[in-house]
Ligand binder design. Structure first.
Ligand code: ADP
Ligand code: ZN
Length: 608
């Protein structure tokens, strides 16, 4: 049991550091408990959603404890920015990875040996080199932080083998506390992290996975591009965002089309050469208001706090990927949108991809199962956030009030009769036709195909004139989404019945369907996350001031100050250094370095 007074001193210095170095008034629970455990020398396993504030959990103990904190992170592209951000706060930080030349490496090694570092970021592949281990053993180490700890889990991470070697830490440095961090929630991954990294004795800290500042919206796709354009123009005209598409070609189409519409958009996918990819990623991080249009190849380790929206123009395959991708929005805690459109075509395309993918039957069945859960999320008429969290075994007691179904409760209608008609026309035409033809039959159309197959004589012919084309599509989509029907891929998207439709077909079960409405202007989020009374001219002037500093120091603008800090300045209008020091995110270093310039901008603005 450590000395109580020593402990109190350590915790109060943790709090001092939070305020003086980072400029934040208080910890977000459970940061304080985690920091306490690590400062006391315990191991910790931290599960927190993206944007939850994991970094402070090792940064502060690394500063408080004797020696250098070693952070193992696979995100090499980000190390430079992470270190720059620390240096700006006055924390003595450095990184070791393959981008450094021999001289720089030697310099950093010397600084470490001489006890001149608070934090050292190391790439996993470098960690297991004998030279690095030897160096670490000769130095005073305050803690090991294992970032993105889910990389040890078996589902094929590039860094997996290097991460597995991290079990060495326990044996080589039994006295040094280890803190493993991840945003990946599931039980199996957690068990594997504990097992692989020998964290059996670690305290576990599991923060809720809710991201209350993200507004979830899922709408029906009718004219995808126009819907998306409207969303951008009305709500995010100059914001940074990520757009996900299923195919490489589509990312390029959409990116160039957005450029034509006057947006600063760039494509990103694994088929682009490495230099272009790196350039696009860099511009996304460094410039303001860049939209990246990407396949899922983009995102891992994109640590940009001011992404204001994540849009899905195609349906993701699982809720896990949807949640992870949307989680890249609003890491700074400011309002952000997760916006998605989807349609029957998406379902067909995804099922097709799964059917033709490699992998055994069991794997395919698991994939189908996860896709069904995703479709369920799209079609539900209750709170999306409650459903999302429930999927991750978390309960949200009340509807959230910040998703589309909460803001504009969808209407339902009794679709029993329509569903029966849809199922029976499918059955009577021998489950060999796609949705368009089936709708033609129901609506009594006179197409060549109908006469070719003699479908004008089916009993279903013309019995569905009461609904229009879109309404029928909606019925079929919901039947497929709920698993009453499936799409036969050998037959080019023919619909067929599933066992579960029997009670419905026989009239023993009824079904409530969602009434599709054309997306109306839902209550709008503000364009930029500005409070209503903020003066746009001042906001722009502060952004310009930030941009100049950022460019000068070669860091992304948010490393200087987050949007939230600028916004607070707009509201509190600090006139002197004391007032400026009260802004959240202004620590001693930043106060000294940037305070005068920003105060001048505010003064000039007020005088004008
Ligand atoms: P994660 O690594 O969990 O995704 P970060 O550590 O990057 O999250 O933190 C997300 C954002 O929240 C950062 O901008 C960070 O500065 C901010 N933050 C973290 N802790 C606090 C706090 N106690 N008070 C205010 N802001 C915080
Ligand atoms: Zn809700």
């Amino acid at each position: 049991m450590p000395d109580y007074t020593v402990y109190c001193a350590a915790m109060s210095s943790a709090h001092d550091i939070l305020q003086s170095v980072f400029g934040y008034p208080s910890f977000r629970p459970p940061q304080d408990q985690i920091i306490e455990a690590v400062i006391l020398g315990d191991d910790a396993l931290v599960l927190m959603p993206t944007g939850g504030g994991k970094s402070l959990c090792y940064q502060i103990p690394a500063i408080v404890r004797e020696g250098c904190g070693v952070v193992i992170s696979p995100l090499i592209a980000l190390m430079q920015d992470q270190v720059s951000a620390m240096l700006l706060l006055g924390v003595r930080a450095a990184f070791l990875n393959s981008t450094l030349n021999a001289d720089s490496v030697r310099e950093i090694e010397q600084a470490l040996s001489a006890g001149e570092l608070d934090l050292l970021y190391i790439a996993p592949e470098r960690f297991s080199q004998a030279r690095t281990l030897q160096l670490l053993q000769q130095s005073s180490i305050s803690l090991f932080a294992i970032d993105e700890a889910h990389c040890v889990s078996q589902w094929g991470h590039d860094f997996r083998s290097d991460y597995l070697r991290l079990s060495l830490l326990h044996e080589l440095f039994p006295e040094v506390p280890r803190i493993a961090l991840t945003a990946t929630a599931d039980e199996r991954t957690r068990a594997e992290i504990i097992n692989r990294l020998q964290l059996g004795h670690a305290q576990q800290f599991i923060a809720g996975f809710d991201r209350p500042n993200i507004r979830y919206r899922i709408a029906l796709k009718h004219n995808g591009k126009q819907q998306f354009l409207k969303f951008l123009q009305e709500e995010h005209a100059s914001d940074a965002g990520i757009v996900y598409c299923l195919s490489r070609k589509k990312t390029e189409d959409i990116a160039y089309w957005l450029q034509d519409q006057g947006f600063n958009a760039l494509p990103y996918h694994a088929g682009l050469d490495a230099a272009t990819r790196a350039d696009h990623q860099r511009r996304f991080l460094r410039e303001e208001g860049v939209i990246i249009v990407a396949t899922i190849a983009f995102g891992m380790g994109i640590d940009k706090p001011d992404v204001r929206f994540v849009a899905h123009l195609d349906l993701p395959k699982t809720i896990e990927s949807y949640y992870q991708e949307t989680g890249r929005a609003g890491r700074d805690g400011q309002a952000a949108d997760a916006w998605m459109i989807y349609g029957l075509q998406d379902v067909i395309k995804l099922r097709q991809m799964m059917e033709t993918s490699d992998g055994d039957e069991e794997h395919k069945r698991a994939e189908q199962h996860r896709l069904n859960a995703m479709l369920g999320l799209c079609e539900i008429t209750s709170c999306r956030r409650q459903a999302l969290l429930a999927y991750f075994a978390e309960t949200l007691a009340q509807p959230c009030g910040n998703c589309d179904t909460c803001l504009q409760p969808p209407q339902t209608w009794d679709g029993t009769e329509a569903a029966r008609k849809a199922l029976s026309v499918t059955y009577r035409s021998n489950q060999r036709f796609g949705v368009n033809h089936l709708i033609d039959v129901l609506r009594g159309a006179e197409t060549d195909k109908i006469f070719q197959f003699d479908h004008q004589h089916l009993t279903s012919y013309g019995i569905g004139k009461d609904l229009d084309n879109n309404q029928w599509r909606s019925v079929f989509r919901q039947l497929v989404a709920r698993g009453y029907m499936s799409v036969d891929l050998e037959r080019f998207g023919a619909l067929r019945l599933e066992e579960s439709c029997r009670p419905l077909l026989r009239g023993e079960e009824s079904i409530q369907l969602r009434r599709d409405i054309k997306q109306k202007a839902a209550k709008r989020q503000t364009k930029t996350p500005l409070a209503a009374d903020v003066d746009i001219a001042l906001w722009e002037a502060l952004r310009e001031c930030r941009r100049v500093f950022a460019q000068d120091q070669g860091v992304p603008p948010y490393v200087i100050f987050h949007d939230s800090a600028l916004q607070e300045m707009c509201v509190t209008l600090p006139r002197d250094m004391r007032e400026f020091s009260l802004v959240s995110g202004v620590g001693e270093r930043k106060l000294e370095k940037y305070g005068p310039a920003f105060i001048r901008v505010i003064g000039d603005h007020l005088a004008a």
